[in-house]
Ligand binder design. Structure first.
Ligand SMILES: Cc1cc2nc3c(=O)[nH]c(=O)nc-3n(C[C@H](O)[C@H](O)[C@H](O)COP(=O)(O)O)c2cc1C
Length: 441
């Protein structure tokens, strides 16, 4: 029997990555505001036969507890820079032929017509390689940038997200697959009978009748992905997501969550196989076990102890004087429940704090190092052993690789881990299909 193959997705949000000191590390590239960075990144990941790269996004520079942005800017904190993902991905699309292109786009502010149009445009130009990472935005700063006084509550955001996704799909599917005829002999460009307006579905959104001035995608429609982890977020995922990426937690927690999501898919009448569950990993690879441990230690040593505490305070919306580095971390997390806006993230934080009995300082370092994600450390063979175990024990259908350093950590993965996984028949040697949906299947 062929072993279960891993789906591989790369999460990229330069210059910070999931490792806070990426931008200041001499091994990291600093041309992340140039198209060449994205083109090189895409070519590297395609050489490693990744299914997809996806770009994170936020719609405001993150603020601290006093509403200031200075902390984020001075420390190069996550969110200090975000290019529009669709623009960044268009550079990657032009440099690659098979790599999937995941764009984070929030459902909370934009009209579905705009979302449908820009994602489908990139999907057309890339030959059917786009995924939409559906997020609901979490901060008041993002709301204010869109004319709202504060972010709506989570239930309202997910209700709106359900409506937006449905409206976007309606627009994407307005043209039947064979509606574009291009038949000069019959004198027919497109068959109007095969192009329809979106159905009226009621709800709170302004109705966008469409159709889009664009035929259906070569992959039928862009792939839907999602990372919400609250009960409402998981319900949303079970309804819509074809790719779920999950953070933090133990292998056991991933196993339980993956099984629950697949079961909920079944209850909703979806094929559970149509949902891929991908835990995030931050592998640290080395030529020997001790070399890998040394690399991990050097990543940790490069973190500034004051900056990591400031970053934790910002994340939890705690004022710096509230942080006692030597106090246990759990009460601090509990006192600031809801501050990050993400249940998944808070659960990861709590899991790490409890299972490792972390102090506030320890929590700050773990957050700055890997954001609490699984962090296999060792030779490519040892890391591949761990990943095989996650695949075979029902904890994963593949992985979201969150590297520490751009692009050198991806180099390590593509040159070391990828050939190891291919030798074990855990990763494709060649892309099987031209479209992202085809390759993910
Ligand atoms: C691993 C991970 C990555 C995320 N990336 C983004 C992002 O790039 N932009 C964003 O606005 N939200 C992002 N989110 C937020 C979620 O997509 C979601 O909207 C939020 O977590 C609230 O839902 P929840 O409480 O159900 O998790 C991310 C969440 C997780 C867990």
């Amino acid at each position: 029997m062929t072993p279960k193959q891993a789906r591989l997705v790369a999460l990229v949000n330069p210059p910070t990555s999931q490792y806070a000191a990426n931008w200041s590390n001499p091994l990291s590239r600093s041309d992340w505001l140039r198209g060449t960075f994205y083109a090189d990144l895409g070519r590297l990941l395609e050489r490693g036969r990744f299914d997809m790269v996806f770009l994170a996004d936020a719609l405001a520079v993150p603020e601290d507890a006093d509403g200031e942005i200075a902390t984020t800017l001075r420390t190069g904190g996550k969110g200090a820079i975000y290019l529009d993902p669709i623009v960044g991905l268009s550079h990657i699309a032009a440099a690659t032929t098979h790599l999937g292109l995941g764009a984070t786009v929030s459902t909370t502010f934009q009209h579905p017509f705009t979302i449908a149009r820009s994602l489908l445009s990139l999907d057309q130009l890339s030959g059917g390689r786009v995924a939409w990472n559906i997020v609901t935005s979490t901060t008041d700063a993002e709301a204010r940038n869109h004319g709202l006084p504060a972010i709506p509550d989570k239930a309202a955001r997910y209700d709106r997200a359900d409506e937006v996704v449905q409206a976007v799909i309606d627009l994407w599917e307005g043209w039947e697959p064979d509606a574009l005829r291009l038949d000069p002999i019959a004198g027919v460009f497109a068959d109007p009978v095969r192009v329809r307006r979106a159905p009226r579905r009621g709800g709170d959104l302004p109705y966008a009748p469409g159709p889009l001035a664009m035929p259906r995608s070569p992959q039928n429609r862009p792939v839907l992905m999602q990372a919400g982890a609250s009960p409402r977020g998981l319900e949303f995922a079970a309804r819509w997501a074809e790719v779920v990426f999950a953070t933090g937690g133990s292998p056991e927690a991933h196993r339980t969550q993956r099984a629950a999501l697949k079961e909920r898919c079944r209850q909703l009448g979806r094929d559970p196989e149509s949902l891929l569950y991908l835990p995030a990993i931050q592998p640290v690879l080395g030529s020997s076990a001790s070399d890998a441990r040394r690399r991990l230690a050097s990543l940790e040593e490069a973190l500034d102890p004051d900056a990591v505490l400031v970053a934790l305070g910002r994340l939890l919306h705690a004022r710096p004087h509230e942080l006692d580095p030597d106090a246990p971390a759990v009460p601090l997390i509990e006192a600031h429940r809801g501050a990050t806006g993400s249940d998944g993230f808070e659960r990861s934080m709590l899991h790490a704090a409890e299972s490792e009995s972390l102090t506030v300082r320890g929590l700050a370092f773990r957050q700055a190092l890997s954001q609490f994600n699984l962090q296999p450390v060792g030779t490519p063979a040892a890391v591949a052993d761990e990943l095989e175990h996650l695949l075979d024990s029902g904890a994963a259908d593949g992985f979201v690789v969150m590297p520490a350093l751009y692009l050198s950590s991806f180099d390590d993965v593509v040159n070391g881990l990828v050939p190891e996984l291919q030798r074990r028949e855990r990763l494709r040697e060649e892309y099987e299909h031209a479209t992202l949906r085809g390759n993910l299947a």
